[in-house]
Design a protein around this ligand. Sequence first.
Ligand code: G3H
Ligand code: 13P
Ligand code: ZN
Length: 349
Amino acid sequence: MSLITLRQLLDDAAEHGYGVPAFNINDMEQGLAILRAAAAVDAPVIVQASRGARSYAGDVMLRHMVQALAEMHPSVPICLHQDHGNNEATCLSAIRHGFTSVMMDGSLEADMKTPASFEYNVDITARVAQTAHWVGASVEGELGVLGSLETGEAAKEDGSGAEGKLGREDLLTNPDQAADFVARTGVDALAIACGTSHGAYKFSRRPDGEILAMDRIAEIHARIPGVHLVMHGSSSVPQYLQDLINAHGGEMPQTYGVPVEEIERGIASGVRKVNIDTDCRMAMTGQFRKVAAEAPREFDPRKFMIPAMAELEALCRDRFERFGAAGQASRIKPIPLDDMAERYAKGTL
Ligand code: G3H
Ligand code: 13P
Ligand code: ZN
């Protein structure tokens, strides 16, 4: 079963004017739920594994799991993507394990904490892009550091995020620098910074243009209209999931994510890949808590997993529909990696 590359998928998304959600996966239940949603609405999908996911599940397990999902849902083009690769070794080992796409996140140094210089970012990203393209795999780069425009800080709760306080211009991708970066690295997609951050605690109020700079995305798109843009930190942190968690023993302080209508605006401005992890975590955890609270005698994990998968499936389905990805899958025929490699070599991509 051949997986699709990010480049082919995002070229299709650009041609037909939609966005593709990139959902993080770590385990079988997430994979099953995401793929059920994709198949139900005929949507292509990006499943991405962080370094944390790779050490949690193991590369062999992830590879076979995604191959199994592809076999179960042959009509769904699936891109298997490395999320936030921190160096060449992470990206190349992912490709060796069947990933069709990698993110080389050179916005931070390899420790994933120290903001990197522009030259460091260009050098390492160009090196990974050249190598990945030799074997037909795609590369996403990142320019600008993810973090909150309210606090100047990145979220602390995951494995990638700048340490210390940053200024507004570090947290917003510069359109001219973006054009230079893409020309010098040859990336297939560019992750931009626009005020989103990872995790649940993105904004202390419903975001406006001061703290979520969607206009910056439109400016970047105007400067490099042919480049596929990627929005990280795109969970909406829906109120109904905060309420579900808190109604069953959770203690999440009130918080705000990226409203789905803002993502729709982003898609109209060239965003083609939309990264979502936190919402998926909240969907499953909300149901785990509900079962634990309502059936304290329950000890069969499947009784927790079944409603958790259903909640995640409903969330994914909604995002496929809202981003315009629904109804697009059956038209797309994945191009094998070798053919993609030939196209890069000939300079036709
Ligand atoms: O990049 C952030 C994603 O939510 C992955 O998080 O590193 O905890 O797997 P993780
Ligand atoms: P969220 O934390 O908003 O889901 O972002 C996930 C992400 O950007 C993964 O790379
Ligand atoms: Zn991210």
